[in-house]
Design a protein around this ligand. Structure first.
Ligand SMILES: NCc1[nH]cc(CCC(=O)O)c1CC(=O)O
Length: 363
């Protein structure tokens, strides 16, 4: 890492030249606003930058043609990416688990900040834990991954498909919200989202990854930028999985006054905010997901961690009813982005050879 005052950012600057304000794109939900605000603060502090948040409305109000070309998954991410490509924002903050694994031309993940707790959380009535819920208890989740793994350990529970933002889901639990429907015994949500919203007191149990593995990338944020920015930092570029080298010419928005100075500071900030261990972990998880060609709706849970100098990748691929689960744990003793991708691909290939696609209803 370059020490402050060293290197290229110290190059002479014409007197009076300003640094452009960093425009940070975010979705408008309370969770998105909170986590984007936290990430933007970290970037501001690390890069000595002024920023402002730009709320990007999703789906409907963005031109349909370019949205369609982004594909079916990732509707949450699509509008933000569009704003980045167009040069309306300089940085987009995503929940990594909502970001499609396919690289978007001209864009790259510039940094993954230190990951929040990746575990799923049970929010149950009367402080109940998973083991204490009565037979027939109704559990709200819209996630086939969560439903399948919960049924694998408690086949006597009833899964209820629910949608909506975090407070809406919590209001479905009996006794949690006096004005809510309270028609469920519990819901399962990402603990990271609850903690970021200050709702962690609603959690009655952090689900052990040995029982319920989280979604790939859960708890981590992706700071996405136009890929050409990373060309000046080979280390960050290498972590960004190769997509950085193919920058289409139409992904070069007109420069503003002070854009060059902004770019230099942003790059420095990204290098500082990036957390290498978190990055290796999510890189392995996403390489696995990509190899399985599984989307966020697939009954696939995975979690990578760095333990005693090893990158350990755990995976569960379940049948949607949870009756059958394939579990794998493999490790890499090399710690690098490429080794992380290789680990994810290797575990994915092994699972496919053992019939994971048919089991999970993929492809
Ligand atoms: N699918 C929705 C979603 N996308 C990101 C989060 C927050 C968790 C995170 O930071 O990964 C959530 C809510 C949830 O799953 O409970």
């Amino acid at each position: 890492m370059t020490a402050p005052g060293n290197g290229e950012t110290a190059a002479p600057v014409p007197a009076g030249e300003a640094t452009a304000v960093l425009r940070v794109g975010t979705r408008g939900s309370a969770l998105a606003m909170t986590q984007t605000g936290q990430a933007a603060e970290a970037v501001r502090a690390a890069g000595d930058l002024a920023y402002r948040l730009e709320v990007i409305r999703t789906e409907g109000d963005v031109a349909t043609g370019s949205l369609a070309s982004l594909g079916g998954t990732g509707v949450f991410a699509a509008a933000l990416r569009h704003a980045l490509v167009d040069g309306r924002v300089d940085l987009a903050v995503h929940s990594l688990k909502d970001l499609p694994t396919a690289p978007h031309p001209g864009l790259a993940i510039g940094a993954v900040p230190v990951r929040e707790d990746p575990r799923d959380a049970l929010c149950a009535r009367d402080g109940l834990s998973l083991g204490c819920l009565p037979s027939g208890a109704r559990i709200g989740t819209g996630s086939p991954r969560r439903a399948a793994q919960l049924l694998a350990t408690r086949p006597d529970l009833v899964m209820v498909d629910i949608r909506g933002n975090v407070p809406t889901r919590l209001a479905r639990v009996a006794g949690l919200d006096p004005d809510g429907p309270g028609d469920l015994d519990a819901v399962v949500l990402a603990s990271s989202g609850l903690r970021r919203l200050g709702l962690q007191e609603k959690i009655t149990e952090y689900l052990d990854p040995a029982v319920v593995l989280p979604a790939p990338g859960q708890g981590a944020l992706a700071l996405e930028v136009r890929a050409e920015l990373l060309l000046a930092d080979p280390d960050l570029a290498a972590q960004a999985s190769g997509a950085y080298s193919e920058v289409p010419h139409d992904v070069r928005p007109p420069s503003r006054d002070g854009q060059d100075r902004l770019d230099a500071r942003l790059l420095k900030a990204l290098a500082r905010v990036n957390h290498t261990e978190s990055r290796w972990a999510v890189t392995a998880e996403r390489a696995l997901l990509a190899r399985l060609e599984a989307g966020c709706a697939a009954p696939v849970g995975t979690l990578a961690t760095v333990e005693d100098g090893l990158l350990v990748l755990r995976v569960a691929v379940a049948s949607p009813d949870g009756r059958k689960v394939m579990r794998r744990t493999e490790a890499s003793d090399e710690l690098s982005s490429e080794a992380a991708r290789e680990l994810g691909r290797r575990v994915g290939d092994g699972l496919l050879a053992d019939g994971a696609a048919a089991l999970a209803g993929l492809a």
